[in-house]
Design a protein. Structure first.
Length: 118
């Protein structure tokens, strides 16, 4: 069984920074595309950024230039560096990964709260 665990959320003032991490654990698996999603209260979950196994990235327009997604394949870990945070970035952030074990499936982490407030 593969698990994704996010860490790094918290409370930060507007203009501040946070770094989220997502670690995949389990046995006999390969990770393909990974991504960060977020869900604010009363809103649908939305894509924040994705990264391919080769390191190609794509971002939501609302975070371009402020957020950076990266991954360390050797550590089965993905990161999201969030700079110049705004109150509208407040949400639960979820890690997502397409992972192959005996088949390819979609996995989600439990989510980590990010609150941007003064």
């Amino acid at each position: 069984q593969v698990q994704l665990v996010e860490t790094g959320g918290g409370l930060v003032q507007p203009g501040g920074s946070l770094r989220l991490s997502c670690v995949a654990s389990g046995s006999a698996f390969s990770i393909y595309t990974m991504g960060w999603y977020r869900q604010a209260p009363g809103k649908q979950r939305e894509l924040v950024a994705i990264i391919s196994i080769g390191g190609h990235t794509n971002y939501a327009e609302s975070v371009k230039g402020r957020f950076t997604i990266s991954r360390d394949n050797a550590k089965n870990t993905m990161y999201l560096q969030m700079n110049t945070l705004k109150p509208e970035d407040t949400a639960v952030y979820y890690c997502n990964a397409h992972i192959a074990t005996t088949s390819i499936n979609d996995y989600w982490g439990q989510g980590t709260q990010v609150t941007v407030s003064s």
